[in-house]
Structures are given as C-alpha cells and as structure tokens.
Design a protein around this ligand. Sequence first.
Ligand code: ADP
Ligand code: MG
Ligand code: MG
Length: 211
Amino acid sequence: NDTITVDQLTDWLTRFRDLVTEQVSYLTELDSAIGDADHGSNMTRGMGAVVEKIHASPAGTVDELFKGAGMTLVTSVGGASGPLYGTFFLRIGTTAGPRTSLDAPGLAAALRAGLGGVVARGKAEAGDKTMFDVLSPALAAFDAAVDVSSDLSTAAHAAYFAAQTGRDATRALLARKGRASYLGERSIGHIDPGAASTALLFQALVETLGE
Ligand code: ADP
Ligand code: MG
Ligand code: MG
C-alpha cells in the first residue's frame, strides 16, 4: 500500500493501545527495575483515553487525529512519557496537516517531525537509554526504505526490525535521562521501558498495514 488513510492511522493508535494493554505487566516490570513501576499503567491509561476519545468523535483528518491524541496524552498521563509521546503525536499532526491520507514520504516526514518534538522536550541524545534509542534508528530505517520503495508496509517492517534492535541495545546502556539516570551504573543490564513501548508502536504499525 502506497498510502495510509485516517481510518488506518486510527487503527494504528487502537492497535498500539491494545499492545500496551496486553503487555502492561512487561512494561511495569521494566520500569520497576530502573524507574517507578508506572510505565505500563501510564501507557495503558493514556492510550485508553486516546482511543476512547477517537471513538466518541472520529477524526476526519490526520492533523485532527494526532493533535487530539497528543493533547489527550499530555493531559491524561502524569509521567515523563505523557508529554513525550504527546509531543510526538502533536508534531505528527501539525506536520501532516488537514489531509485524509499520507503517502510514504508524507508519513516519514511526519514521524521525523514527531521525533524532533521528543528531542525538543526531552533533550535526549543517542545512547542516553530512552525512547529516542528506538525512535531514531526506526525512523532512519523507515526513511531508507522509503528512498527505494513507495510501499508503506515494507518501510514499517524495516522500522520495526530496527526498533527491536534499538530496544534490545538499551539493555547495555547507562541511563542519562529520566528517572533511570538516578541509578547511574545500576541502570545497566535492563531494557528501557520507554524503548520497549516505542517498539510496540512500530509493531502496531506493521500489524495495521499488513503484508
Ligand atoms: P516516569 O519516568 O515519569 O515515571 P514513564 O515511566 O511513563 O514516566 O516513562 C519513562 C520513559 O520515558 C523512560 O523509559 C524513557 O524511555 C522515557 N524518557 C524519560 N525521560 C526522557 C527524555 N528526557 N527524553 C526521552 N525519553 C525520556
Ligand atoms: Mg515510570
Ligand atoms: Mg512516574
């Protein structure tokens, strides 16, 4: 598929809600090792509110969908992940604008703006052991795939593969941002919870787009 519609983007967010809900214990476990054990509940509550709101009043355009999702996350999640994912979605919305679908370069540009929002808010750099360490390589892989093919599913698969590698690589890192950074050396040896939930975001995109 060469384009993704507002309905499919809505399915993406819904599938992400389903995955964080299915994996709530795993996300909680990761955050109990190097944080305050609330990443699972933060993501489940936040994405639950997002999906509830979308279903109550379905979005007509990409910017409406993602601005709504971003605002809901910022207001419903107290932890760091609320404003970070919230800004990610808000920037996707403002960059995509009032369209009813996106092609592969359009989605790539929107996602990249989303990453820019995460960095503007959290100041994370590569290797800080955060969601950046999944988002950044995943979007690099997405962009590289889009350069050679207009097929969104191919790009999503490439992004998800890079996301899993990025997630697993956070295990060896020392946290330099967020709560986990308070642990210093003791943060080494655990996967970052936000990196794990961000990998689920790309899994959800793959599942939404299909083969
Ligand atoms: P809190 O740490 O406030 O309890 P969560 O547990 O929901 O919030 O989310 C923690 C995740 O947020 C971390 O695992 C990390 O991936 C991400 N994170 C924290 N601080 C930053 C930051 N400055 N930049 C990017 N991501 C961050
Ligand atoms: Mg936490
Ligand atoms: Mg917290």
